[in-house]
Ligand binder design. Structure first.
Ligand code: EAX
Length: 349
């Protein structure tokens, strides 16, 4: 019995030893660290940027330009870099009329212009070109940012142009190189440059002046060479385009209010998704408010600058000028629509 149990224990020990050997080999081996699979590098998602061409006719110091830079900043941010802008100031891409044509053809993506030259493309804005139709900025904004302004943009359908928002050029004043202007009759025979707009030309004809339509880009030279005696523009343009260098007299007539619609090419607009359209619209509205504020600040501060640059300033009685230009309403009310004129006037009551 004793010998058997010794044998059994020895066998048991050998089996246990063998098992330990097998387990030890497999479990003992220090597991080679499996190389960690490389974390897939987050691919930088490269956004293809579309650079939009924007044209305007004023110098880069004018609020038109600052407003468009703001528009581009908002657009780039809200589209995560999908859209950015390249702004061409000072009529680099042509006059306002040529820029509007470029937007229609899609060779220019957006343009910021006064409503006046749009008369050659659509009747939609004629009411805003009437003398003294807007009593104040508040009146203008109430009309342009409301239903009437929306109707104006709707009338652009089919023209290749889409109106995004009405920015501001502002209330226009007469400058000249002949002498002080107070009464409308003081402009008798005076050669005044106007925008390419028949209502503007009729408004100066009716007070005895001699209107010449001309692209903005030619105006400074025409004043310098006395091809024309006078011009009319808001203070921010008179200052930033340095008209005080070639015009001695400024009459604060405020005879026209010039809205400045931001227009986008229909081709481009149709390619935008619903979400992108919303982003473009909001950027146009936010940049509009930004630009209007700069114009207002400049309008309030530039008079002293212009006087300091030698301009002699008169403050005509606006009621006199309004009465003198009234026949223009008679001539244009059928074309524009008496009811539309009355709606716009009622908004200012
Ligand atoms: O729209 O032509 C003009 O006098 C305008 O004020 C100018 O082009 C900005």
């Amino acid at each position: 019995m004793k010998r058997k149990s010794v044998k059994f224990i020895a066998l048991l020990l050998m089996v246990l030893f063998a098992i330990t050997l097998v387990v030890g080999c497999s479990g003992g081996e220090t597991k080679k660290e499996e190389p960690k699979a490389e974390e897939p590098k987050k691919e930088e998602v490269k956004v293809e940027t579309t650079v939009l061409k924007i044209a305007h006719t004023l110098v880069a110091d004018h609020p038109y330009h600052a407003g468009l830079v703001e528009f581009g900043k908002i657009l780039k941010e809200k589209t995560n870099g999908k859209y950015s802008v390249e702004i061409y100031p000072a009529a680099q891409l042509g006059s306002e009329r040529e820029s509007i044509e470029g937007v229609q053809m899609g060779t220019i993506d957006l343009t910021l212009v006064s409503t006046a030259p749009l008369a050659g493309f659509s009747d939609a804005f004629l009411v805003s070109d009437l003398p003294f139709i807007f009593k104040s900025r508040e009146h203008a904004y109430k009309v342009l940012d409301g239903e009437i302004g929306k109707d104006m943009f709707t009338k652009l359908e089919g023209s290749g142009l889409v109106g995004l928002a009405f920015w501001e050029n502002g209330f226009r004043n007469v400058t000249n190189s002949s002498g002080p202007v107070v009464l409308p009759g003081d402009m008798k025979g005076m050669k005044i440059r106007t925008m390419e707009n028949q209502i503007h030309m009729d408004s100066f004809k009716v007070i005895g002046a001699d209107p010449t339509p001309m692209a903005f880009g030619e105006l400074f030279t025409a004043l310098q060479q006395k091809t024309v005696d006078a011009q009319e523009n808001p203070l921010p343009i008179i200052f930033t385009s340095k008209f005080f260098e070639v015009q001695d007299n400024l009459a604060l007539t405020g005879h026209f209010y010039a809205p400045a619609p931001l227009l986008i090419s229909q081709n481009l607009w149709d390619k935008l998704s619903a979400e992108e359209k919303e982003i473009f619209q909001k950027a146009a509205n936010d940049a509009r408010d930004f630009e209007r504020k700069i114009i207002l600040d400049m309008d309030n501060s530039l008079l002293s600058e212009l006087k300091a640059n030698g301009m002699k300033v008169t403050e005509p009685d606006k009621a006199e000028w309004q009465k003198a230009m009234l026949p223009v309403y008679e001539k244009w009310q059928d074309k524009i629509g008496k009811d539309l004129i009355e709606r716009v006037q009622a908004a200012g009551q």
